[in-house]
Write a protein that binds this ligand. Structure first.
Ligand code: SAM
Length: 212
């Protein structure tokens, strides 16, 4: 842990997302947040620490803690996802202890299609200010996350898609159906009258909802 109270085993968030979030998160200043894909809680802890020093926030985290295919196949072997889940609980508890305001942390340990459908069934359409899509990287799953997230997002709310340009290294090259990009492109094309794409460095893609 190197003297830090946090226990993270990778720097995905630090190296790829944080620099853009430093700019956008204070501008969006979300109060109701939905995160699809929490892993060890790096992005979750960032949101808690950045926002909950000045106000109460409601943060919903959706994760199976079973990993995506990139955690299950190849890539240096299988990840121990129960240890990942324990680190998520440790890290979020630590972040919550370091901020002044109340965090309503709601954990949905299930597949995102089920969790998001339940949120819609509970009446949370047009509810969230910010949705972070960083769960499955398989195009059919990302498309489902995008469409259900749009329903859950308020007008003027923002969806951040992580890994827009991520590609799985396969022996035969890359497979576009096993990457998020095709799905995000399909969503932004079909919803082009209801969203606007926000200008940002392209590893992540940010959209804002402009109409129902
Ligand atoms: C890239 S990690 C998330 C990283 C995290 N946002 C961070 O900043 O460190 C992706 C996570 O999505 C979860 N996941 C993959 N497919 C999922 C699905 N269909 N539904 C819910 N969670 C899923 C995995 O268990 C994994 O923890």
């Amino acid at each position: 842990m190197n003297g830090s109270p946090y226990d993270f085993t990778n720097n995905w968030f630090e190296s790829l997302a944080k620099v853009v979030w430093e700019l956008f998160i204070p501008q969006i200043n979300p109060t109701r947040i939905l995160e699809i894909g929490s892993y060890e809680g790096a992005s979750t802890c960032y949101l808690i620490k950045k926002l909950a020093d000045s106000k109460d926030i409601e943060l919903h985290c959706v994760d199976t803690w079973q990993g995506g295919v990139e955690h299950q196949e190849g890539g240096g072997g299988e990840t121990d996802m129960s240890a990942v889940e324990k680190r998520f609980h440790h890290n979020t508890k630590t972040a919550i202890s370091e901020v002044k305001n109340a965090i309503q942390l709601v954990i949905h340990k299930e597949h995102s299609d089920v969790a998001l459908s339940k949120l819609i069934a509970e009446g949370k359409q047009n509810y969230f200010d910010f949705i972070y899509v960083d769960g499955s990287h398989q195009a059919p799953d990302v498309l489902c996350d995008a469409i259900l997230s749009f329903r859950l997002l308020k007008i003027d709310g923002v969806i951040a898609f992580d890994d827009y340009l991520w590609q799985e290294k396969l022996p035969y090259g890359t497979d576009p159906i096993r990457c998020p990009k095709f799905a995000i492109d399909a969503f932004t094309n079909i919803y082009c009258r209801k969203i606007k794409v926000i200008s940002a460095p392209l590893y992540q893609l940010y959209i804002q909802k402009i109409s129902e």
